[in-house]
Design a protein around this ligand. Structure first.
Ligand code: AVI
Length: 355
């Protein structure tokens, strides 16, 4: 059995990562990707490696920081606008597909408004998600729940039993900003292929703003983001058997206005040689490993990105400061719906920008 029934609390899990057949094991792919990045002239580590158990906990701590405005700003918009979002999506009674679901709580906070018949949680941390979903299933026994273990950066394969109409893809948190724009376009186009005219995408986008605010969000005085960044080296050591010494590295984060992105790096405090079974890499003092980009979009640039991906912005809600946007998109040319919600006065400070 692949999915839950409304009364089941023991959820079967679909782990597309572990099941991927033809390209060698995901573990091999991870090792290959890490080695390629460490051997590159400008070394890099893909940000997906941040999220082991400790990394996920550190990320949760980041979202509690005063400086990291993204999570709480998005939450406030979703809370203030949930009824409008539900009406504009037109996906009542449909399938809510949560990309990078984590513990599913963000999506669950919208269940009352969106009233999905089916909830599909997709996340790479399959064990953590699976346990959380069993808890959620007990709280919402009327919703059919499925969890899928998959790296959402890879082409999404949905099991055949997932409802095909009124699919609402939910991609919060501005994780779209962790893709470079070309990848983001391909990713969005891939989602577009999974929705028909009745479906939509609800996506959180961090907007460009003053550099000091951005900088503080990614280089907090408590050092939580630094710990999050450095922790990736522990993960690399485990995966490729390398001997990174964390004390040799410092966290660096800055806003690159030309690319409209925060860049995170790990910088060698002194000359170091990192070894693993099949090789080594020497780093000069001050040399960096690039670990993450976090793009910040002007609203028009994000709408243009959607357009290049064959989607169009249908509605958009922001906070008063215009720091963050929640965007509802449909396939370009999708039949317009008439049940698009009008702005309500009791918006708790969230500003509405319908197109
Ligand atoms: C997950 N992602 C949207 C976060 C971001 O803001 O780019 C990851 C993060 N990196 C450092 N702090 C948070």
């Amino acid at each position: 059995m692949l999915r839950s029934t409304p009364v089941t609390t023991k959820l079967p899990v679909i782990d597309l990562e572990r099941a991927a057949p033809e390209v060698g094991s995901p573990a091999d792919a991870d090792r290959d990707a890490l080695l390629a990045g460490l051997r590159a002239p400008r070394a890099w580590i893909a940000p997906k490696f941040f999220y082991d158990a400790l990394g996920s906990t550190l990320f949760d701590a980041i979202t509690e920081l005063d400086e990291y405005y993204l999570t709480r700003t998005e939450r406030a918009i979703l809370r203030a606008r949930e009824r409008e979002i539900a009406a504009a999506s037109g996906c009542d009674g449909g399938t809510l597909i949560d990309l990078g679901a984590g513990n599913g709580e963000k999506a669950a906070s919208l269940f009352a408004a969106l009233r999905p018949r089916e909830y599909v949680a997709v996340d790479i941390s399959v064990d953590y998600m699976h346990h959380s979903l069993e808890v959620l299933q007990r709280r919402f026994p009327g919703i059919v729940m499925t969890d899928i273990g998959a790296d959402i950066a890879r082409p999404l394969v949905l099991p055949a039993h997932i409802g095909r109409t009124r699919r609402l893809f939910f991609y919060p948190g501005s994780s779209i900003g962790n893709f470079v724009p070309d990848q983001a376009q391909r990713f969005l186009a891939g989602l577009g292929a999974h929705v028909d005219d009745t479906g939509a995408l609800l996506i959180g986008v961090d907007l460009v703003k003053d550099a000091a605010t951005l900088q503080a969000a990614y280089d907090d005085p408590l050092g939580v983001t630094a710990a999050f960044n450095l922790n990736v080296l522990r993960r690399v050591n485990r995966i490729i058997g390398s001997d990174f010494v964390l004390a040799d590295w410092r966290h660096v984060a800055f806003f690159d206005a030309a690319h409209s992105r925060i860049e995170m790096h790990l910088e060698a405090r002194r000359a170091v040689c990192v070894r693993w079974a099949s090789g080594e890499r020497r780093f000069a003092a001050g040399e960096r490993i690039h670990t993450e980009n976090s793009y910040k979009y002007p609203l028009e640039a994000f709408a243009a990105l959607l357009g290049r991906a064959g989607l169009e912005q249908h509605a958009c809600w922001t906070d008063e400061r215009q720091w963050f946007a929640v965007v509802l998109a449909r396939r370009s040319g999708a039949r317009r719906r008439s049940d698009c919600g009008e702005p309500t006065p009791d918006d708790g400070g969230a500003a509405d920008q319908k197109r």
